[in-house]
Write a protein that binds this ligand. Structure first.
Ligand code: ZN
Length: 316
């Protein structure tokens, strides 16, 4: 198997994505709906990965679907798998078990056909307690990265960070682990800047300086809406771009689907067509995107469309 760094050099690497929303739709993941006000940016809502120990067969099946659709990387479902987030969801004491099980599952399905990435996201401490909690967040993220390394991931995808400050501590922990890291920020409510006030260009520069092997954005916007911010990142970044957009429409006033009233219980009303992912695939290479996958709202049909688009561009 080629490493992620080798793959990034050789063309557009096909990712996967959209695990939590897809598994929520299949009835296995808790969205927190009805108990907490989700999508506020205050760190409420659930969307935690306990499925890895509670319903492993459902997660295994989704991995198989992505692999079959053409994914060259399977993301272990370790998103929101820090002890901090799992504690609040009632799974703190299962934290080691959930992370280890998620990686093992992804590796079993991937075999020699795909790489396995450990997914690491924000702790939600910064949203809840402010920047004073950054040190605590750093410890939680470092703990999860150590577990993912022990479980045998090939590399890390640091994703869905709202604050560049928290992304920085995650990249420092990744560097310490020796694992390559793809780093993607999420921008809301507008794509102009991240939550602690940095432009996409600044984010790209900082993430590359801290050693990310590819930098970019994931979640919140559909491919077309995300394109502008990716172009700003590309102009500033010495490393290739990674993009894992969502499959939901947003509006001119609000560029993030998690801030729209449709989240989380009416997402079907803002779903975009998979053809937009085929178009994203056709243009990826020309836009400097070396890692292309999906995020919330995507399933295997979207990844298959993306793979077809990438393939059509190569054949030209
Ligand atoms: Zn997402």
């Amino acid at each position: 198997m080629k490493s992620i760094v080798e793959l990034l050099r050789s063309g557009v690497v096909l990712g996967d994505g959209g695990y939590l929303i897809e598994l929520e739709r299949r009835g296995y993941v808790d969205s927190g709906s009805g108990r907490e006000k989700v999508g506020t940016g205050r760190g409420s809502g659930q969307f935690t990965p306990e499925i890895a120990i509670e319903n492993p067969e459902a997660l295994r099946e989704l991995h198989r679907e992505f692999l079959h659709a053409g994914s060259q990387v399977l993301q272990a479902l370790t998103f929101f798998g820090t002890r901090e987030k799992l504690n609040r969801a009632g799974y703190g004491s299962d934290m080691e078990r959930i992370n280890a099980a998620a990686v093992k599952l992804a590796k079993e399905v991937a075999g020699e056909r795909a790489l396995v990435a450990g997914s690491v996201s924000r702790t939600q401490l910064i949203e809840r307690e402010g920047m004073e909690s950054l040190g605590k967040a750093a410890d939680h993220i470092a703990e999860q990265i150590r577990l993912l390394k022990d479980a045998g991931v090939d590399f890390l995808i640091l994703e869905t960070f709202f604050h560049l400050a928290e992304m920085k501590v995650a990249l420092e922990a990744a560097a310490k682990s020796g694992l390559p890291a793809v780093a993607t920020m999420s921008f809301r409510p507008l794509i102009a800047q991240c939550t602690d006030g940095h432009t996409p260009a600044e984010c790209a520069r900082v993430m590359a300086d801290l050693g990310a092997v590819a930098v970019g954005a994931n979640c919140e916007q559909d491919p077309r809406r995300m394109r502008q911010l990716l172009r700003e990142m590309r102009a500033a970044s010495p490393v290739p771009l990674a993009a894992q957009p969502a499959a939901f429409h947003t509006t001119e006033e609000c560029h993030s689907f998690t801030r729209l009233p449709a989240f989380p219980d009416s997402l079907e009303t803002i779903q975009i067509a998979r053809t937009e992912f085929a178009e994203f695939g056709r243009t990826a290479r020309a836009e400097g995107i070396a890692y292309a996958g999906g995020c919330c709202g995507c399933n295997a049909a979207y990844i298959k469309a993306l793979a077809r688009g990438v393939g059509e561009a190569v054949a030209k």
